[in-house]
Design a protein around this ligand. Structure first.
Ligand code: AHR
Length: 494
């Protein structure tokens, strides 16, 4: 394996990496909200006002900037008025999209806003276009943000919240080409224009409106939305999942996968770079100043559910392979931070590429959690210009390395490096242009012996970051040896 050369221009800043790229998504799906986050005040699981303490404390350590809720597909069948008022009086519904289970609406607007406050995260609420009315959407925003006397503000006060909440991010529909109404782009563009008209800014509260965007490579959707409605939006979403197999025929196992599936997964994770470029080019055509954010509000791995679990609950395990997908994707988002203003991994707890898995009162952190914890240093940092000259793996089809670098407020340089090779380490010569002699270098690495290693309830700390010391400053460059299948963060002070 040839040595890779990485140049980091520590004095060439290329804008700010929006902290919202490190956003999350929690849907009413399976055991994500109920059990994963919300256990209720009467639960024997220790909780704060119904939110389980172990999950809350773990999530706080990620500095989650923004949390998307209530869906996903659920958003377009959610009627928010059923989820406020006394919990025991709330109307039940069937969550038809996700397992056909009964939803008791105990976790609603007040509980979600409380969770965001506890996490210090900004709320990102998705409104219902598919099966909801313009009035319903408009009144939700009034309920949340109106300060003073109004029917909805008065109702909010009756329900215990005197002051309005601050709400910035609001999605006008989700996947409206599919579960959000099976619409054609022209039709949705018109509906978007109509619905968003009544998403009002009350008082000082200014809403950042996000239009439902394309699936994967549906460039026609992006082009139509940009052409017909770009004047009315602040953000346009994009959804892309890393699926090694076929969505309908079998996505592949989360834990029992072949070496080929490892490589396919890496390749598919890297594919989001092409999608961002191509959708970005279309956005540039109508918005050359990049006012409108690309909002990648669903991304991550999607595998077959864990054997024996409800297929509608999307519960999957999480291995070092998932950690690589997270590291690669976040490096790519950083790289496109001139256009990508937010990304929300799917999903926070117990669903798809989760940070946390729970089993009753037990909780484990996944390898993906550790990547988010390591990478939080990039939030709102200055992106640095880099040049990566690396070898390839899998017969030349995949770059061995994925790298991103940023400079924080104190001038500390943080470099995230992924070695996608499941078999071999990576030797790197890192040229730190602009730094003559670093005063302090430190590192942490997340790796594992086997490509399907994971944390389990029996062995919760099998895959965890450890100190990384396999580097040497030779007076001019930093020589680094990364282990195979690893995500590493190196921090440099000068
Ligand atoms: O994240 C799971 C589902 O994937 C979401 O509900 C939907 O928007 C997407 O298809």
């Amino acid at each position: 394996m040839k040595k890779s050369n990485v140049v980091i221009n520590t004095d060439i800043e290329q804008g700010t990496i929006n902290k919202n790229i490190y956003g999350h998504f929690a849907e009413h799906l399976g055991r994500s909200i109920y059990e994963g986050i919300w256990v209720g005040e009467e639960s024997s699981i220790p909780n704060t006002r119904g939110i389980r303490n172990d999950v809350l404390e773990a999530l706080k350590k990620l500095d989650i900037p923004v949390l998307r809720w209530p869906g996903g597909c659920f958003a377009d069948e959610y009627h928010w008025k059923d989820g406020v008022g006394k919990r025991e009086d709330r109307k039940q519904m069937v969550n038809t999209h996700w397992g056909g289970v009964l939803e008791n609406n105990h976790f609603g607007t007040h509980e979600f806003m409380m969770l965001c406050e506890m996490l210090g995260a900004e709320p990102y609420i998705g409104g219902n276009v598919g099966s909801g009315t313009v009035q319903e959407m408009s009144e939700w925003v009034e309920y949340i943000t109106f300060d003073g006397e109004s029917p909805m503000a008065n109702w909010r006060k009756e329900n215990g919240k005197e002051e309005p909440w601050q709400l910035t991010y609001f999605g006008v529909g989700n996947e409206n080409w599919g579960c959000g109404g099976n619409m054609r782009p022209q039709y949705y563009a018109d509906l978007y224009r109509r619905y968003q008209t009544y998403v009002r800014n009350y008082g000082e509260n200014k809403i950042y409106k996000i239009a439902g965007g394309a699936n994967i490579d549906d460039y026609n959707w992006t082009e139509t939305l940009m052409r017909e409605a770009s004047d009315f939006m602040d953000g346009l979403s994009l959804h892309y999942y890393t699926i090694p197999g076929d969505f309908w025929e079998g996505k592949g196992s989360a834990t029992n996968f072949s070496e080929d599936e490892w490589n396919i997964t890496m390749k598919k994770a890297l594919h989001i770079d092409e999608l961002i470029r191509k959708h970005g080019t279309l956005m540039d055509k109508y918005d050359p100043d990049k006012r409108i954010g690309m909002i990648i509000d669903e991304w991550g791995t999607w595998f077959d559910v864990e054997p024996g679990t409800n297929p509608g609950f999307l519960y999957q395990q999480n291995t070092i392979r998932d950690a690589l997908v997270a590291g690669i994707s976040l490096n790519i988002f950083n790289d496109h931070s001139d256009r990508v203003q937010m990304a929300n991994i799917a999903q926070t707890v117990n669903v798809l590429q989760a940070m946390i898995l729970t089993e009753g009162s037990k909780m484990i952190l996944t390898p993906t959690y550790h990547v988010f914890e390591m990478y939080k240093v990039h939030q709102d940092a200055k992106k640095l210009a880099i040049d990566v000259n690396t070898g390839t793996i899998n017969n030349g089809s995949i770059s061995q390395l994925s790298v991103s670098a940023s400079k924080d407020e104190e001038g500390k340089i943080n470099i995230s490096l992924c070695n996608l090779d499941k078999d071999s380490g990576a030797d790197i010569s890192l040229d730190l242009r602009g730094i003559a002699d670093p005063s302090k270098i430190s590192g942490r690495v997340l790796t594992s012996d086997n490509m399907n290693d994971r944390n389990t309830f029996e062995s919760p700390e099998a895959v965890e970051p450890v100190d990384f010391k396999d580097y040497k400053w030779n007076g001019q460059t930093l020589d680094i040896s990364l282990p195979s299948k690893s995500v590493t963060l190196i921090s440099i002070e000068s």
